[in-house]
Design a protein around this ligand. Structure first.
Ligand SMILES: [Zn+2]
Length: 254
């Protein structure tokens, strides 16, 4: 066997290993065969001292309601057999994740961004320790009152997401809603709101049952908002105002 042939065979073996690992990771995680491991990596989105201090003050406890929410919601669909959800606060990452492409419809820019995000995740987290772990990079911003942050984004394939969050204690409940939404994307769930950010009926409604359609009292986690009127929806105050709807439950194999 020539050296050239050997090199090609080695490369093919490497590609097969990476593809196999990605498949294995998604399969194990999305089939709930073992505890769900989530690592939260905070990132200083403004580069300011204030945001840095906020990040330094974060505690693992601040995110545990996400695990409790998942356990309670899963019980409605599959009883108490869901493996535990372990949420770990990892160390701060000093570089920003790649910015998402501007043109939403360019397939090439989407692929490049997805490769860039994979590379960023590879660079900033331990390789073996991250296998089968959902990695969420939470970018904190000071933000302005009433001004929405950049849209959070996750990879459709692969267990990586970027969440934009407010560096303010009184926003931590709403931050956990956004983090949970992104986590469900990593688990295979799709968005359930329309172009006007209105929850889609019925799958984006907290309670799409027989009762009156409006106003809703809870938000479906992948709709992200509570439909109060056909043309109005409000952001939930926290996970206590959210539920996992039937379609999301089906998408994440509950
Ligand atoms: Zn989404």
């Amino acid at each position: 066997m020539s050296f050239r042939t050997l090199r090609i065979l080695l490369l093919l073996a490497l590609f097969a290993a990476v593809a196999g690992m990605t498949y294995w990771e998604s399969m194990v995680v999305r089939n709930w065969l073992r505890p769900l491991e989530v690592a939260i990596y905070p990132v200083n989105g403004d580069g300011t001292v204030e945001v840095g201090e906020y990040i330094a003050g974060l505690k693992q406890d601040d995110f545990q309601e996400i695990g409790r929410f998942i356990a309670i919601q899963a019980e409605r669909y599959r009883g108490k057999d869901l493996p535990p959800v372990n949420i770990r606060l990892a160390g701060e990452i000093k570089t920003l994740p790649p910015a998402p492409p501007e043109e939403r419809h360019s397939a090439l820019s989407a692929i490049l961004w997805s490769l860039g995000l994979r590379h960023y995740a590879f660079d900033n987290s331990p390789f073996w320790g991250s296998l089968g772990v959902v990695r969420l990079f939470v970018v904190y911003h000071q933000g302005e009152e009433g001004k929405p942050l950049q849209h959070s984004l996750g990879l459709q394939k692969g267990l990586v997401g970027v969440v934009h969050a407010f560096a303010q204690d009184r926003q931590s409940s709403q931050n956990n809603v956004v983090i949970t939404h992104e986590l469900f994307h990593a688990l295979g769930a799709s968005d359930k709101y329309d172009v006007a950010n209105q929850p889609i009926y019925p799958e984006g409604f907290g309670d799409p049952g027989d009762g009156p359609r409006y106003p809703q009292r809870e938000a479906e986690i992948m709709a992200g908002r509570i439909a109060v009127r056909p043309d109005a929806a409000r952001i939930p105050t926290g996970l206590e105002e959210c539920v996992v709807g039937y379609k999301t439950a089906w998408e994440v194999n509950w």
